[in-house]
Write a protein that binds this ligand. Sequence first.
Ligand SMILES: [Zn+2]
Ligand SMILES: [Zn+2]
Length: 386
Amino acid sequence: MSQRDYFEKDYYGVLGVAKDASSADVSKAYRKLARELHPDARPGDTEAETRFKQVSEAYSVLSNPEKRQEYDRVRDLVGSGGFGAGAPGGFGGNGGFGGGAQNINVEDLLGGLFGSGSTFGGSRQTRQAGTSARRGRDLETQLRLSFADAMAGVTTTLRVAGRAPCSVCFGTGAKPGTPVETCSTCNGLGAVSNNQGLFGFSEPCPTCGGSGRIVPQPCTRCQGSGAEIRNRDIRARIPAGVRDGARIRLPGKGEAGSYGGPAGDLYVNVTVEVHELFGRRGDDLTLHVPVTFSEAALGTKVRIPTLDEPVTLKVPAGTESGRTLRVKGRGGHRSGGRRGDLLVTIDVAVPRKLTRTQRKLLEDYAATEDTAVREHLDAALAAQEV
Ligand SMILES: [Zn+2]
Ligand SMILES: [Zn+2]
């Protein structure tokens, strides 16, 4: 856990306890949630897994009196508005010049919170390479779905390469069975302050390299970084109704962080295959259904396929080519479970060849036909044919 985590995360909220909760209440809340959310109890439930990790992280801070005090201190500053706009990088001119006692504290914390920023241009030393807490990079992966799977939603396995939590120490960086300790130089803050007259500024802690933690006996597999390069299989639930071109974010499923840094996110770029019959318009499906001229003129009932079972479509007498009929509730699946409609476009098919009998019948019919259908063109034609 870095100071940035303290700044951003509401550990009390995660555990559902009050800020003044006793340590017994904190433990009780943790045990209850851990039982509910444990991956063994809910295999494949990635949401529960994410929450389990959040709960574990919150507990690791709130159950440790020193860390909890430090966390409260950071959160108090956040709450008091000591951070100006509250956004990383939004501190320009806030550094230590105000003269109030609190500014010194803000200064101390800033270094730890935003390790890469320079409070006073260029004054920060480059820390020794290799041991500072680092967030894992965001990763991208592609997922191709059939039309039916995209409509129904699927649980799938994504193979991701790159930095993953070390399979020996599970990301702690410590040799199994050995502790991860809070750095005593910076009390877990990750930064130490240097006061030079009026100008106080902070630097990454030289002992822990900014992570706030010390691993006395590093894991031999990952040399203490907590990460190793390997392939991982990630179970992901793709919601029903996902669209072609959708980009799904899986928080914390990207590259593993190093030396206590958080993991990056995984972005899944979804491609949905084209269906041979159905098209898509939002939550609705589209389908073209040809009918003959006489069916369109006289009206008919047609059996049509849907995504699950055939239905009977009533084509009213006098339906023009291109008219769209709506079949309620036979469209795609919405995320909330409600379905869109099936939009059926009627195409009137014209025969390319006629038998002798058909021709005779049509000619007889044509003789009775009303040709006023083109009346609206008459004025324009008259003007041009003068
Ligand atoms: Zn390891
Ligand atoms: Zn330190």
